[in-house]
Design a protein around this ligand. Structure first.
Ligand code: SF4
Length: 637
């Protein structure tokens, strides 16, 4: 009966569920080698210092995992961490985080998504799941409110991520986190799939594959999650929802056109990657825009749950109902390869989803291969502007066939072997997202210093520089302050956990900001940035945290927790060998201008970096000083 679906596991009665007030603080610790599990009780101090989600995941790993281990060894731990918002019904609170050591970068990795697994884990009564060890044979876990079962996964091995979830069965209270063939074959940028959402970056799927762990199936619905102070929580929720529905970005642009609404902005700003970041705009880019896709491909909402903004979409492409590729995907697998056909990109996106591979790293690697082929460094039939052979290359990468096996190691490894490091568009081994920092200097600093590599989500200064136009994208003034502010803020937000897009609404709809006018905002944010970072209204986040947990948290404590999470991650990366030499950008972005920029501007990184190190309290080697470690109460190990 190995193929029995997991439907029957849940027999939870919907009504009169026992309540979890805020958080259960129970974290499951699974050892795949021994096939055992224990339960760890998170302390109030850990909760307050590291919040939940990404932050708490990092801290629990820091306490358990030595530095310098092989990411594919049994010692590597992968943590799945919902946050305190999950299950409460707060807007956009269906997201959860995973944390592990990345095989792509060799440093700490985190990712988040809004697939159903997080909600199932949390409503099964668990505030986290840590998995270590290695099974000798393919295994999957079934998690219920009573514990963990280890099950034979030989019938699932070799199946793609969507088939695997179908075989596990549908149950309205259950959610799975699974890998496709790419994870099984340890492609260094394999992802983890939950529903049709992805823990995308850094090769977490390969870590699961290295443990012979095909899937984790959580059966939730056993508990109701309620805020400690329900009345105050409801007030915060009402305000949050009102702001989301009032803000034009969250209630209109993202809701109608998804993240592809960004195409118009990035293309006009000259920061949409074209031809492996040789240029920053194209006359054909409109075909990848959210407006064009929604008009031509019958798009519908398909989102994380719950969500109030509703950016995720499906559409009808060539008669098939497929996910609409996100902005990052149309950027790196579209314009960056000089492909402007949404149908083809949607099909490649679907292929990557099924195999379980990160589209950003796949696109960046394909672009490097095309350029290396043009320059005669390698032999390949893949060419910019041609779709020929791309689907096959994606499949070969996922399945580790032929040259695909080398592509599965990413652009850094390829360029080290064959040359062409200047045009391997990656930082710390992670391929860059679809914003060219030569037209957005704050993004340049952000990519160079982001803890997990070229991450566009650690500090989204591109929004202030190029979408809401309150910062001059070609100025270095104040960028170190804004990058640090958003890093701390996003670390805290990703530990709550909620969607980054809520920040447009929660901050910009504050009456003081909303009615200030663009001119005033430009002055305050561009020149009075030390003041602006102190008054930006992020109070909804810390109020949510306080009303749910019952533990008071001020704005400054919330940001301090974010800073602590950032610094802990940096320190863990220092232990893996990260220094100042790694806080840089690919040669192309420091030496060559974009073809669309007559001024040939490049990222003036050095000055911004120096200022950033100073306010971050990093020493000249890029290590947090003893003073900042002490101030944030992080143990030095
Ligand atoms: S806005 Fe988009 S990314 Fe954010 S929670 Fe909703 S569907 Fe997910």
């Amino acid at each position: 009966m190995a193929e029995t679906k997991e439907k029957e596991v849940s027999n939870v009665k919907e009504k009169n569920l026992p309540e979890i007030i805020g958080t259960s603080n129970k974290v499951l610790e699974v050892d795949l080698t021994a096939r055992t599990y224990t339960v760890y009780q998170v302390t109030d101090e850990e909760r307050k210092m590291y919040l939940g989600g990404k932050g708490l995941g990092l801290k629990l790993i820091y306490d358990r995992m030595p530095a310098k281990i092989d990411p594919f060894s049994s010692e590597n731990i992968i943590a799945f961490m919902p946050g305190v918002l999950m299950g409460t019904g707060a807007p956009c609170s269906g997201r959860f985080s995973a944390v592990t050591k990345s095989p792509l970068t060799g440093i700490m990795d985190h990712a988040s998504c809004g697939g159903p697994f997080g909600m199932s884990l949390k409503t099964a009564g668990w505030d986290g799941l840590l998995v270590k060890g290695k099974s000798e044979t393919p295994v999957y876990l079934v998690i219920t409110s009573t514990g963990v079962e280890f099950k034979d996964a030989s019938h699932l091995w070799g199946k793609d991520a969507f088939e695997t979830q179908d075989l596990l069965g549908k149950n309205k209270n259950a959610g799975a986190a699974v890998i496709g063939q790419a994870g099984e074959n340890k492609v260094l940028f394999a992802n983890i799939v939950s529903g049709k959402r992805f823990l995308g970056r850094g090769g977490m799927g390969a870590v699961m594959g290295s443990k012979n762990l095909k899937a984790i199936y959580a059966v939730g619905g056993a508990y109701k999650i309620v805020a400690k102070d329900k009345e105050k929580f409801d007030k915060v929720k009402k305000l949050a929802t009102k702001r989301i529905n009032a803000n034009s970005v969250t209630s209109d642009m993202l809701r109608r056109f998804g993240t592809d609404n960004l195409v118009t902005y990035t293309n006009v700003a000259g920061i949409m990657p074209v031809r492996n970041f040789a240029s920053g705009s194209s006359d054909n880019a409109y075909k990848l825009s959210g407006e064009y896709i929604s008009e031509n491909f019958n798009t519908k909402h398909h989102t994380c749950k719950p969500c109030t903004i509703l950016c995720g979409k499906t559409g009808t492409f060539n008669g098939k109902q497929l996910s609409v590729p996100e902005y990052e995907t149309v950027g790196v697998m579209g314009s960056n390869l000089e492909i402007f056909d949404p149908v083809v990109i949607a099909e490649w996106n679907d292929l990557c989803g099924r195999f379980g591979m990160d589209t950003i790293s796949m696109g960046g690697t394909l672009a490097w291969v095309m350029e290396a082929g043009e320059k005669g460094l390698i032999k390949t039939d893949l060419k910019f502007g041609s779709t020929e052979g791309v689907a096959q290359a994606i499949e070969d990468t996922a399945c580790g066939r032929g040259f695909g096996q080398e592509m599965g190691k990413g652009s850094r490894a390829l360029s080290k072997k064959y040359g062409g490091e200047d045009f391997a568009i990656q930082v710390k081994g992670m391929e860059m997202a679809a914003y060219d920092p030569r037209g957005s200097y704050g993004v340049g600093l952000n990519y160079a210093v982001a803890n997990r590599g070229a991450c566009h989500l650690s500090s989204t200064v591109m929004a202030q520089e190029n979408f809401v136009h309150v910062l001059d994208p070609y100025s270095t003034i104040g960028k170190h302050v804004w990058v640090k502010f958003f890093e701390d803020f996003y670390c805290a937000m990703n530990s709550l956990h909620t969607c980054t897009f809520t920040s447009f609404a929660y901050i910009l709809e504050n009456p003081l900001t909303k009615f200030s006018g663009l001119f005033y905002l430009k002055i305050v944010m561009g020149y009075l940035y030390p003041v602006a970072t102190k008054i930006a209204d992020i109070s909804i986040y810390n109020k949510f945290w306080s009303t749910i947990t019952g533990m008071k948290m001020s704005r400054s404590e919330f940001l301090k927790a974010g800073e602590r999470i950032h610094i802990l991650e940096r320190y863990m990366n220092n232990r893996e060998g990260i220094t100042v030499k790694d806080d840089t950008l690919p040669g192309r972005l420091l030496k060559e201008g974009r073809k669309n920029d007559p001024k040939g501007r490049v990222v003036p990184l050095e000055k911004m970096l120096k200022n950033y190190y100073r306010i971050r309290s990093y020493d000249e080697n890029g290590k947090p000083t003893a003073g900042i470690m002490k101030k944030l109460s992080i143990d030095v190990r």
